[in-house]
Structure formats: C-alpha cells, structure tokens
Design a protein around this ligand. Sequence first.
Ligand code: C2O
Ligand code: CU
Ligand code: CU
Length: 480
Amino acid sequence: MSINSWPHASRRDVLLGGGALLLATKLPPTVSLGGETEAIRLRAAPATAPLLGADEPSTSVWAYNASVPGPLLRVRQGESARLVVENALDQDTTVHWHGIRVPNAMDGVPGLTQPPILPGEIFTYDFVAPDAGTYWYHPHANSLQQIGRGLAGVLIVDEPEPVAVDRDVLWVLGDWRLTSDAQIAPGFGSSMEAVMSGRVGNTITLNGTIPKDQLVRAGERIRLRLVNTSLARIMALRFVGHRPMVIAIDGQPCDPHEAEDGRVILGPAMRVDVGLDLEGEPGKRYAVVDDYYEGLSYTLTSLAYDERPPLPDRPLDIPLALPRNPLPEPDLAAAQRQEILLQGGMMGGGALAGIGGMGGMATPGMNGEPAWAINGMSMTGDGHAGMQPIFTLKRGQTCVLSMRNETAWWHPMHIHGFSPLVVQRNGKPVPHRQWQDTILMAPKDTVECAFVADKPGDWMLHCHVTDHQMAGLMTVFRVD
Ligand code: C2O
Ligand code: CU
Ligand code: CU
C-alpha cells in the first residue's frame, strides 16, 4: 500500500526530471489497493476543507478520511479491493462504487443490497474490479446532503500495462453552493429545484479547491481523467487551442475520437478520459471554458505552459486507443427488450431554471409528493427495503433497454452494476462503441442501450441529478 504516489512513473516523468513540473492543484492522497491484501479504511465524518484555497476560511464538510475529494484509490485491474468503511456521521450511510461492475451485495444501496451502515458501525466491501478505468465512489444514503457536503472520491482501476502517455492527470470537478462566509448553503431538497435543474451550485472546485492554473509543458501528451461529482451541474469543457480526444467514457474505452464541436460533455456522475496533446506555445496560457449553460460560461482553469521548448521527440506516433475491457458482447438479435419512460418535472423551463426563472405551469412535487416518475411509478429517496422491480431479466441474456425522456429536462440516467453499450440515439446509430453507465439524455431524447444481464440481483436505475433521483426518477430492475 502506498500513499501519495502515482503508480507508474513514465519515461516522461523521468525526462521532466526531479519533480520540476508539479501540478498546480493539490491531488487527493493516493491509496493503492490490492496485491498486499491490506484493507483500506474509509472513515466518513465531519471535517473542514479549504475549498476556496488556503488563504480563505475553510468550509465545514462531510468527508472520507478528512479529505475533499476523498482519498484517490487505485487498484490494478482484476485485483481485489478490500475497503472497511466506518460511519462517523450521525446518520446512516453506505458506499456505492459507481460504474464498477461489482456483485450485487457490494453495490451499496441501503435496504436493497445491504443494510445501511449505522452511525458508529463499519461495513467491509470486498470486490474485484473487472474493468480498468476511471470510477468514483459516493454514499447512497441521504445522497443529496451526503454527496453535496463532500462525500465523494475517485477509484482508478489501472490497466495491467501502463498506458503510453507522459502523465496521468486527474481533475475531480465539484460544484458547491456556498454562502458568503464559505459555508455550505442550507436548503437541500428544495421542491422547486427538484422539479427543475436540481441543486446547481455557485462554486466549482478542481481536486478540492477553486482551480488555479494547470502547469504543462509543450509537447507533452497527457491522459486527463475528468470526473463530474456535481449533484446537478452539467459541464461542457472547451480546451481553447487544443483538440481533446475522447478515449474513454465512464471508465470504458471507446474508439478515440475528437470531442464533438470540441466540447467534452460531462453530466453529473460521468467520467471522460481525454488524450490531450499539449500543442500550445511555451510561456502561454490557454483557457479551459465550461460553456454548457447558455450565457453562463466561465473559465474553469487555464493550461499554463512553462517556458521550456517543446519536448524534442514530438509528435508522439502512438495511437491513443486504450485496451478494451472484458465486457460481455450484447446479442442484439436475441435480446429481451424493455422500455422506460421518464416523466414529470416542471414543464418547459430554461436551460437553468431555478436561476433562470420558472415559466412552467404544472408543478408536481410542490407539496412533497414525487415530482418525477418512470413508467408512471415514482421511487423516491436513495434505496430502501421493499422496492419492487419494474421488470425482471433472464440471467445471461442481453437486454436492449430503450429510454425515452418525455420531460423538458436533461437527465444523466445511471444504471447500477452494468456498463451498457449505447446503440442508438433518436433512431441514429451511436458511433465510437461507447459503453456508459451514465447516459445523458436531452429533453425528448430516446436512447437505446444494450447489456448482458450476467449478474443476479436487484439493481438501481436512476437519474444522477440527485434532486431528481430523490423526487422519484428512480427504479429497480431484477436479474434472476
Ligand atoms: Cu452514482 Cu445510484 O449512483
Ligand atoms: Cu452507480
Ligand atoms: Cu434527472
């Protein structure tokens, strides 16, 4: 087990020499799992975090091991991870390993896959991570507050062979609603937000603090892992002067392709790995802009090139494709088809209502009743005993799941336990062979995805805008 170390020093790290090139942002402490079989302890507890930087007042948060984001966990593909979670909060919690194809009993949904971890108690998670890639972990109890107050961390599953890049860089993006004295604003679970965009914040952090410049060197090729841990904020990152290549989505490698219109879209809970060739000029700065919400674009950070000349052996003539993970191939011809309809929410509304104003008519959910539904049924909260599956799949068979968004809002739809292949969107085939555990759906979108139902159990399927999940945009399906 090692702390504060990146597992592969690449040839370029050596070339850069003696840590001359440090990341401007602090990285979460790294904990490597596996191999030595030692269990890692994750303690969920109140803490403080310097979200606004060391010179500003720190923020009272809830955190894993007193760190925001939580410790960066690394495990090698196919090795087992053992994590002892201690609940030092004054309320129940669990940990969900988002995107990792774990057995059902390790999925972290209270009442459905395990009893909640009561205050003062521990629970041990023990699983093998089958797929390499970028994943994250978060509670699945009182999610709006527990994630919104800081309980979230990244778990990287490393490929057996190091990937040929100069540096492996992680940006954990967080969105917070802070008061003027740097504290987390109250008002979680507002019924107005629940029927609209959810709790979008006013402060963005990168690896736990408001972003500073990111130091880079001309000629480098980096693997940049982007993780959106926001409750509700959708991001669309533009790397001015650069051409990000999408090489993995939600941990799963895809055919490398340039981001559409140069924008890397990240719904809440989504991860995108990009290959970034640093082709800018030494000494210059290039903005990274989030322009998802019309009229509300802002500079997230800047790539700041140091003065040194470009690395000599450019361009790197190595293809960026990552090795594929051992996902079972769906058999579309013999699939069992299921359809779900996403329903509810405020009608109409701007891209960011709740800030942009309402203008809807129907207001479901305004009196505490569910605001959203799937096929006419609303499951609310985070998971509890007695949730009846919406459909049952035969184990080992392919499921083609069609999701239709009948609402006027965007929804990052998340499926536990499986990473479906996205087959088509609005009747058109989806290119690049993308497997995603979280599929961002625009208003009125219809998406078809397919997966082999190879693991028995009751699995959640919900929107990852946490207010939407809590207010009814959630269901459960069963694999027999
Ligand atoms: Cu990221 Cu049901 O969770
Ligand atoms: Cu999940
Ligand atoms: Cu939603």
